[in-house]
Design a protein around this ligand. Structure first.
Ligand code: NOJ
Length: 549
């Protein structure tokens, strides 16, 4: 495997980045929760897989009201996950293996246990302490009513009373108070945090809800219905994707560029139209932005063609490379999504009804889901741009729909009773061995229950099996390094509309058959395939890589 050149400032443009959700990756001390020494102990696995970088979801001290996206202290490690020394050891081990590290940063909100929020609660109305967050007087005679009827992203109200007539804003859980980014102190503190981790050797940052930091709340707050009716594409919405958010990222960019090579950043920015991603992805801003279009799409050739074309165009406009994502810690795993029928108007990424039925309704065709997931991934890995993988997808893991209610952790479950069970099903600790307590995740049980079928999807089970999804990912990532070419893509005509045929400038081709029928395989030397195939044939729901000079 060719390791990325240490000095290259462009290492991220066509990298393969592997997301680790640390509490569910590997548990070194047997307490049921994954930790940093667990990651360090698996660096060989990551190197063998062939990833260029790891994106580490939050590992900071946290009461886990939202899986760690409720941060108590931005410049420390959760004691359950290790120490700063463990962090340094992990960075050293990753770097020694040629793997970069991107850490998650959560700037829209802290946790309610953050010392600043505690200080805000203890301080009076109008104090500088309260000014670091978004406090408002309540309505009604004594402020007993919320300032507005806003609904949080996890369901339930977005304003919580603090007992003196004031309320604070939390776009997510009540344990996640939103920062006031008009505060110079807030801005300065995040620059300090960026330097703190950059000085410790991190190579970049994944920026949580990057499009929500800048807010402009009028004295007279709009209602929830009015908020929803407002156009988010103007840069003027009171909450989302405001143009001045880019002033914040211009400051961050100056910090990134103090380092050699410059630190990178990728925005989690759910913005529309896609052209609004360009500023997040620009070289004056964060430099890269997630494109979640594939994650939201059906397994459909037309949809994929449109998404690929548009995102390559958008990337060219921003000067960044595009990103591709099928799965992460917030959505139903793609091997499951593709095995379920389309679910009406409900976003495919959530499959809420299926999860509520504990995975019984509608019926899942798991074999088909995995076949399609492998085909889709192999196509994606042949595209120009940066590929983000989520831990466990390399094992072909499906969503765990059988978690009992009493074991659930996601705030969505508690705040949307009977509507949404939330995201625990993609966060179940990884199976490393065929048997054993927690399938080798640790020496004890896992913090979320693993189903019996995890053993056969374990690293141990798949490592020696040439047909396994793990073997496919290993081969694909190895070849992707060898074959990587410039960022252009050519579409090759294929006589059936359900087949996408693409070519890179060096003759590396991918042919993806989205139909269920076997069709002719174009000429060329087959390099890798997402499923079994006979000479000259392209089976249904299969992708083949070819080489043509
Ligand atoms: C996006 C993260 O991916 C998600 O897990 C989290 O709940 C929200 N942001 C709030 O931080």
């Amino acid at each position: 495997m060719a390791a990325p050149t240490p000095a290259s400032a462009d290492w991220w443009r066509q990298a393969t980045v592997y997301q680790i959700y640390p509490r569910s990756f590997a548990d070194a001390n047997g307490d049921g929760v994954g930790d940093l020494p667990g990651i360090t102990s698996r660096v060989d696995y990551l190197a063998r897989l062939g990833v260029d970088a790891v994106w580490l979801s939050p590992f900071y001290p946290s009461a886990l009201a939202d899986g760690g996206y409720d941060v108590d202290d931005y410049r420390n490690v959760d004691p359950r996950l290790g120490t700063l020394d463990d962090f340094d050891a992990m960075v050293a081990a990753l770097h020694a293996a040629g793997i970069r590290l991107i850490v998650d940063i959560v700037p829209n909100h802290s946790s309610n246990r953050h010392e600043w929020f505690q200080a805000a609660l203890a301080a009076p109305k109008g104090s500088p302490e309260r000014d670091r967050y978004v406090f408002r007087d309540g309505l009604g005679e004594d402020g007993e009513l919320p300032p507005a009827d806003w609904v949080s992203m996890f369901g339930g109200p977005a304003w919580t009373a603090v007992g003196d007539g004031q309320w604070y804003l939390h776009l997510f859980a009540p344990e996640q108070p939103d920062f006031n980014w008009h505060s110079e102190e807030v801005r300065a503190d995040f620059l300090k945090t960026l330097r703190f981790w950059s000085d410790r050797g991190v190579d970049g940052f994944r920026v949580d809800v990057a499009h929500a930091l800048a807010k402009d709340l009028p004295a007279d707050l709009p209602s929830q219905a009015e908020l929803e009716a407002m156009d988010k594409a103007t840069g003027l919405h009171p909450l989302w994707d405001r143009d001045e958010v880019h002033q914040i990222y211009a400051d961050w960019r100056r910090v990134f560029n103090e380092y050699d090579p410059p630190r990178i950043a990728v925005a989690e920015a759910w913005v529309n139209p896609p052209s609004r991603r360009a500023r997040y992805a620009s070289a004056e801003g964060l430099g890269q932005a997630f494109n979640f279009d594939l994650l939201e799409a059906d397994f459909d050739a037309d949809a994929f063609r449109g998404i690929i074309t548009e995102n390559l165009e958008q990337a060219a406009l921003s000067g960044s490379s595009t990103t591709w994502v099928f799965s992460n810690h917030d959505v139903v795993r793609h091997a499951t999504r593709y095995g379920l029928p389309p679910n009406g108007d409900e976003p495919r990424k959530y499959n809420r009804a299926w999860l509520l039925s504990h995975g019984t309704e509608p019926e899942l065709d798991a074999e088909r889901g995995l076949r399609r997931a492998r085909a889709a991934t192999l196509l994606m890995l042949a595209l120009p741009g940066c590929a983000y993988l989520y831990q466990g997808e390399e094992l072909g893991l499906g969503e765990v729909a059988t978690i009992p209610d009493e074991a659930r952790q996601d705030p969505t479950f508690f705040r949307s009773p009977g509507v949404d069970v939330g995201r625990d099903g993609c966060r179940v600790p990884l199976p490393w061995t065929v048997e054993g307590p927690s399938f080798g995740f640790g020496t004890g049980p896992a913090h979320l229950p693993q189903p019996d079928w995890f053993g056969k999807c374990s690293v141990e089970a798949e490592s020696g099996d040439e047909a396994s999804t793990l073997s496919l990912y290993r081969e694909a990532l190895g070849l992707r390094h060898e074959l990587q070419a410039d960022e252009t893509l050519e579409w090759v005509d294929y006589p059936a509309k359900d087949v996408l045929h693409v070519r890179r400038s060096n003759g590396w081709e991918a042919v993806a058959n989205f139909s269920a029928e076997t069709l002719p395989l174009p000429e060329g030397v087959p390099l890798l395939s997402s499923g079994p195939f006979d000479a000259g044939e392209l089976p249904g729901e299969t992708t083949v890589w070819l080489r043509r000079e």
